[in-house]
Design a protein around this ligand. Sequence first.
Ligand code: 13P
Length: 242
Amino acid sequence: MLIAGNWKMNLKYEDIINFKDIIFDFKLDNRVEMAIFPQFPLLYFAKKNLSDHNIKIGAQACSAHLKGAYTGDVSVEIISDIGCKYCLVGHSERREFHNETNDFVKKASTLLLTKNIVPIICVGESLEIRNKKVTNQFIKNQIRECVPDKISSNLIIAYEPLWAIGTGIIPNYEEIFNIHNVILNELSYIENLKVIYGGSVNNENCSKIFELKTVHGALIGGSSLKFKDFLAIYKSAVKQII
Ligand code: 13P
């Protein structure tokens, strides 16, 4: 399982230190990985301070180009040099505010794989698509257009319904189970594929989500900023395994 905290455009240097203090006597279980995704300028500092505690670090986005005249973009080369294990690609906020298309996601993910960084490709439907009852088809299409060709391992898909992000509302558990199942079937040729759920995961709903056999972890926004909640969610994932 993977418990991943997407800090988005929140938290600062001092919060990395606070997190380190809180994690100091917290025992991680080697069957459940913990990863955090801070803003770019914090990545190196996070890596230096947290890797002894076995917490993995990931970037929130990357360029689809390796280098060159792309002001403001960040290369997978640097993300790799820092020692990030993961990178989010095509998060709905990137799709909405930075025009990341399925084509972009595929290119960026392909580049990440060349640097041995595991792409976490984000997919998810809008409320409009859900209401039209065409979610499965929409997700299958996103998967087909986003997943790199010839990939055989090292991929995570984050299923994040857009209408569940930051709203406090989640799909019913059966829906989550079924959509994850669609994704797993679609990508059954990928070894060790993980499908994690994101969208209003909190301390109260997490144990029911982790009970679902098609869920391999969570991508957590708001609740990852409250470190006690984040650790409680992590503990709930560990309980599920035992
Ligand atoms: P929330 O957990 O705040 O709904 O955010 C989910 C998300 O976008 C994680 O990437």
